[in-house]
Structures are given as C-alpha cells and as structure tokens.
Design a protein around this ligand. Structure first.
Ligand code: OAD
Length: 271
C-alpha cells in the first residue's frame, strides 16, 4: 500500500513499459530496430533531412499501433491517483501515445512529444492535432508557409519539452515514482538522482532499471499488475502521521503482492 501524507508532493515518471501491456512494444523490446533501421535513423533531425518520407512511414506505423491500443490497469490506476491528489501529483511521461489521457489523466507532461500532434518544421505555427497516416505513396504534408509538417516528437539530439516545469516539480517533490522505464535515456534517467536523499524513490517494472541503485524501493512486476495493488488501497495520512504504516491485517505486505517483489527497500525517504 502506498502511504502519502497531506504534505507530500508526488512526481510520476512513466516510460514505454507502462504501455507494454496495451500492446505497444517498448524500445528495448524492439531491439532498437524497426525494419532493420536503428531507431536513431528514423527519429532524428538528420533522418528528417535525409528521408522525411521514411520518417513519416515510421510514425504512421506508430500512430496505427497506438490507435489500436487501449489503456491498461496501470494507466487507470495513475488517473485515479491524480484525481485524489490533484495538483499535488505531477505526471511526466516519456511516452508519446495518448493512453494516459484516454484513461482519464488530465495533466500529463509529454516530455518526448505527442504522437497525435504535428507541427511545421519551418514556421512558428503551434502544434496541432493530427491523426493522419502519411505513408507512401502519400507525399510529406506541407504547411501553408511552404515548410514541411513533421511529427511533434522530441527526436534524438533535440531538447525535451517542459524541462523548466519538470525541474520545478522535481525540486518540490517528496515522493518520486518511476514506472516502466529502463533508466538509460537522459535526461529522464537522472531525475531520480536529482531527488534522492530527500525524496522517497520508488521504481515499478519487471526488471531493475539501469539506475536501480538510486531508488529506495523497487517493485518488480508488470505495471498493470503492481500499480492497482500499490495505489488501490492508497492511504493518505495527516502530516503528523507521515510514513506511519496504516496497513490493515489483511493487506499484502510489500514483497508479497501478486506479481511484485521488493528487491531492495530502505526506510522511507532516508538514504
Ligand atoms: P525502454 O524501452 O528503454 O524501457 C522499457 C522498460 O519497461 C524496460 O525497463 C522494461 O523492463 C520495462 N517494462 C517492460 N514491460 C513492462 C510492463 N509490463 N510493466 C512495466 N514495465 C515494463 O523505454 P523507456 O525507458 O521509456 O525516446 O525509453 C526512454 C526513451 O528511449 C523513449 O521515450 C524513447 C527511447 O529512445 C525517444 O524517442 C526520444
């Protein structure tokens, strides 16, 4: 059970593993390849310069996969947690699908962009909703200004979105929870190190992430199985009771939850 005090501020970071149970392959699951192209070869400014049609073919495929996917219990558990904590929860995702929103989350920051938005690569027209598939023989779409319309995605070598807001929320958070992210892609991989020592830090996923040593607790299991249990009996305490154990005798203890295993656990917030 997750115990949150009335003064806690929660930072949630999600990665590709959150949508794995919805049928969207993770990057490491793809082996970093799409049709024998390394992901960097179809997700970078250089790729866009060299072959924008190939880039759109890749993102059209991803739009098709994401359109067919449905939110899983992990997305719903996070939306429910947000509805309870409201602005004391800051949601940040590296995922470009819209499954958080389709599960009911209202304020998730998409630091790597959004699959169902596009923007002009030349003018300052704001990003706009776009569910089209731009696959050959379709031409690369053009803006009124003559520029080319590109996916609203943060490619390799580009700066993620919302870093100012993210850093402010990291500074304020007292509980940091990362879910389904391998901990190898920066800057998100370093968020936990930024808060560790003063915030309680939790990881949820089937295997330890590369940055596991920065977490105070790791719950090993699929997000769709672990999160509803972790948040399902979510308890909010008064500040004076922060960290107190409000488990009822029938509740599973960490480590005995179905589908999860605590591999290392320190006292809350103390490193
Ligand atoms: P990765 O593909 O690197 O890692 C996915 C993580 O999800 C792995 O650690 C898996 O163990 C875990 N996982 C798999 N199934 C899971 C499940 N059912 N429940 C929970 N976790 C599960 O994905 P990210 O860390 O999100 O960037 O990758 C970060 C960034 O790397 C992506 O946003 C993308 C990529 O390059 C850009 O495109 C800019």
């Amino acid at each position: 059970m997750l115990t949150v005090s009335s003064t806690d501020r929660v930072f949630i970071l999600t990665g590709a593993g959150l949508s794995a149970d919805s049928g969207i392959p993770t990057f490491r699951g793809l082996g970093g390849l799409w049709r024998n192209h390394r992901i960097e070869e179809v997700a970078s400014p250089l790729a866009w310069h060299r072959d924008p049609q190939l880039v759109w073919e890749f993102y059209s495929m991803r739009r098709r996969v994401a359109s067919a996917a449905k939110p899983n219990p992990a997305h719903f558990a996070l939306a429910k947690l947000e509805s309870v904590l409201q602005d004391r929860l800051f949601g940040c995702t590296q995922n470009v699908d819209n499954l958080h929103e389709r599960a009911g989350s209202r304020t998730v920051l998409h630091m790597h962009g959004q699959l169902f938005k596009s923007r002009c690569d030349t003018c300052s027209r704001p990003p706009f909703d776009d569910t089209n598939l731009w696959e050959p023989p379709a031409e690369v779409p053009r803006c009124q200004c003559g520029g080319r319309i590109r996916p609203h995605i943060c490619w390799f070598g580009e700066v993620p979105f919302g870093l100012d807001r993210i850093n402010r929320a990291l500074d304020q958070c007292t509980l940091f929870i990362a879910i389904g992210t391998s901990g190898v892609v920066e800057p998100a991989a370093s968020f936990v190190a930024q808060v560790s020592g003063r915030a309680r830090t939790i990881y949820v996923g089937p295997e330890n992430p590369a940055n596991a040593s920065s977490f105070t607790e790791c719950y090993l299991g699929k997000a769709g199985e672990v999160l509803p249990n972790l948040f399902g009996s979510f308890v909010e305490t008064g500040s004076e009771a922060a960290g107190s154990d409000k488990r009822s005798p029938s509740d599973p203890v960490p480590g005995n939850r179905p589908g999860s295993q605590v591999v290392h656990k320190n006292d809350f917030g103390i490193k």
